[in-house]
Design a protein around this ligand. Structure first.
Ligand code: PHE
Length: 464
């Protein structure tokens, strides 16, 4: 018996929710610093190519599968693989996705919790006092992440907000939050970009980002661009598949996927424009690359007129972006419990959210608070602590492997007539487009993702 299943209220509902999932810490934190490490321009072009040739086709594949199966990742693979090569085994791809959602959320929410503390400190003025001296702020940050109580508190607050949205369902919770937060996010982003355009470093930032220097590119940069495209577009674990299962049949899949990919890429690029303009204006040292967001940037904000407002606006932006992403991560896990275990949405959200919170406490304590958790090491050098271990596991293994299997399933296992039937609904007359997608999903995407996995296994590369 089919239980009533949620649905987006329309085209915009899907776009905002899916863009909310895609736009997150991956765009605002990871993308600027790996772009910096890879010397700008050339890397930006390669990233855009990775989004267009691999990310976009896989996003289309996830939505096609999700809307066709009409269930969570496990159920969707169960239904669609029936009578096909591999049969029930394909459910494992769904399980991999649900597990990835659980794991990623358990540490993502800890970083997201930091933004709450920074917003509070920007409002009270404490951040301004700390940021007056870069050294003081770095010391504060080290102490803060090592403070177990503070870490668990931030994580708890963020998980509570995430559960508070998911519990109200697809339309009443997820879509409603995205409809309010995403436009605000774009407003803040545009405001900060306009501000950045008035700074002295703007010209240099634009040159750095948009003048390709292919000499500065390595094979590694190319593969890194692919890995980043995956994480940033929320691909490889069924987040887009799950959101696709709530999509209306009269909505165009290729057009929606294109819009989400373009928005996501635009936000990453604007984040770069904002950060590099400011950093180049004040000639900051960006060597502590991973700390740009929480140590370098505040110092610069407070050298500028209106620094307190800038800082508060910026961390609110990051918190909004992170929240719409954590919502999508929890929704993957909850939808599994709702469809497969027959739990009510309330039960599923609270139990799974509670479980992820409890598991995440280990991550919260693994940044210095607990010696054992902070030094635990499975993947070798530079991957100390449970937090880094899980991030490494997800970004390097779960998402690429999941993405590869999704591409193989959509391109080779599903009957062409079936994917076409789903593709064309809401997008009449798209034969040529469909054929183009088929080529990319059957050949380009598996080859490129296979190359990532090959390079990790045999060349020992990392995609963080
Ligand atoms: N895309 C999100 C970001 O860039 C992270 C994410 C990955 C969300 C996978 C959902 C699924 O921050």
């Amino acid at each position: 018996m089919a239980s009533p299943r949620g649905q987006w209220s329309g085209k915009l509902g899907f776009i905002l929710a899916a863009a909310g999932s895609a736009v997150g810490l991956g765009n605002l934190w990871k993308f600027p610093y790996i772009t910096y490490e890879n010397h700008g321009g050339g890397f930006v072009l390669v990233y855009i190519a990775a989004v267009a040739l691999v990310g976009l086709p896989i996003m289309i594949a996830e939505i096609v599968l999700g809307r066709r199966g009409g269930l969570n990742p496990v159920g969707t693979f169960r239904v669609l693989a029936q009578g096909r090569p591999g049969g029930r085994l394909w459910q494992a791809v769904g399980f991999l996705g649900v597990a990835a959602g659980f794991i990623i959320l358990s540490y993502y929410s800890v970083v997201a919790g930091w933004t709450l503390r920074y917003i509070a400190m920007a409002i009270t003025g404490e951040l301004g006092r700390l940021a007056a001296d870069p050294h003081t702020l770095a010391t504060f940050f080290g102490g803060y992440v090592g403070d177990g109580g503070a870490q668990v508190l931030g994580h708890a607050l963020f998980m509570a907000a995430t559960m508070g949205a998911v519990v109200f369902g697809v339309k009443g919770g997820i879509e409603r939050v995205a409809t309010v937060l995403m436009p605000l996010l774009f407003l803040i982003l545009i405001g900060l970009t306009v501000y950045a355009a008035t700074t002295d470093g703007f010209g240099e930032a634009m040159r750095f980002l948009f003048t390709p220097d292919f000499g500065a590119l390595s094979t590694r940069s190319i593969l890194e661009a692919l890995g980043q495209a995956f994480f940033s577009l929320s691909l490889g674990m069924g987040a887009m598949l799950t959101y696709g299962s709530y999509m209306r049949k009269d909505d165009s899949i290729p057009v929606s996927a294109l819009q989400v990919s373009v928005l996501d890429t635009l936000v990453g690029l604007l984040a770069c424009v904002i950060m590099f303009s400011i950093i180049f204006t004040y000639r900051m040292d960006v060597s502590a690359s991973a700390g740009i967001l929480f140590t370098t940037l505040p110092t610069v904000f407070y050298q500028m007129p209106g620094g307190g407002i800038l800082a508060a606006g910026f961390y609110i932006l990051v918190a909004f972006a992170a929240l719409t992403s954590t919502i999508s991560l929890l929704e993957v896990v909850s939808s599994y419990a709702i469809d497969e275990l027959r739990w009510t949405r309330r039960q599923a959200t609270l139990t799974m959210g509670g479980g992820i919170f409890a598991f995440g406490v280990l991550n919260a304590l693994s940044l210095g608070a607990n010696a054992k958790l902070s030094t635990l090491n499975v993947f070798g050098e530079g991957k100390d602590g449970m937090f880094s271990t899980l991030d490494f596991l997800s970004a390097n293994w779960l998402l690429p492997v999941g993405g590869l299997l999704i591409a193989v399933f959509a391109g080779w296992i599903m009957a062409r007539r079936e994917t076409w039937d789903e593709f064309r609904q809401g997008h009449e007359g798209g034969e040529a487009l469909f054929t183009g997608w088929q080529v990319l999903i059957r050949f380009a995407a598996p080859l490129a993702v296979g190359a990532i996995i090959f390079s990790i296994v045999f060349l020992g590369m990392e995609y963080q």
